[in-house]
Design a protein around this ligand. Sequence first.
Ligand SMILES: Nc1[nH]c(=O)nc2c1ncn2[C@H]1C[C@H](O)[C@@H](COP(=O)(O)OP(=O)(O)OP(=O)(O)O)O1
Length: 163
Amino acid sequence: MMAARVALCFLLRASADGPEVLLGRKKRGFGLGKIVGLGGHLEEGESAAEAAARELFEEAGVTLVEGAMRPAGTVDFRFPARPEWDMECSMFTCTRWTGEIAESEEIEPAWYPASALPLTDMWQDADHWLPVVLSGVASDFLVVMAEDNETVAKFSVKGAGQD
Ligand SMILES: Nc1[nH]c(=O)nc2c1ncn2[C@H]1C[C@H](O)[C@@H](COP(=O)(O)OP(=O)(O)OP(=O)(O)O)O1
């Protein structure tokens, strides 16, 4: 089965205590209750960057400043026990946007220190790849979930990219 294509964008801002990242608690759909990156599925004819920008507007009410999105690598999420959940995820970071961050029906956004991510409330694979992404290193990751679709059976870095 072909993996669905999804895109995430991590908004970053500076604080006195170091960089912070915008994540959100999922209020419905896939990963309900978990804290996740903002984003979602690509629509027909959309690029990953276009999808990420659309989803950030739909989920948090912000408009990304054109040209301010930086490609931040990919994650190949595989669920061998549920192959229909497989996702090929393109990631971006962005430090410039307009509009006030607002809660939506899908997600409750909040800022977290990059050095103190809410890992216990995230997918269990996130601690393998999110700190790397936030450090500015663009890599291509492979995450294979175990039979329970929650624990990580295998994690690898396919190759280091350019940032
Ligand atoms: N193992 C995993 N770890 C993780 O941190 N994020 C994962 C993951 N597997 C999938 N994801 C993310 C990627 C993707 O952005 C998200 C699912 O996409 P969506 O939020 O768009 O799904 P939904 O079905 O809830 O939404 P709609 O497309 O709005 O119906 O889950």
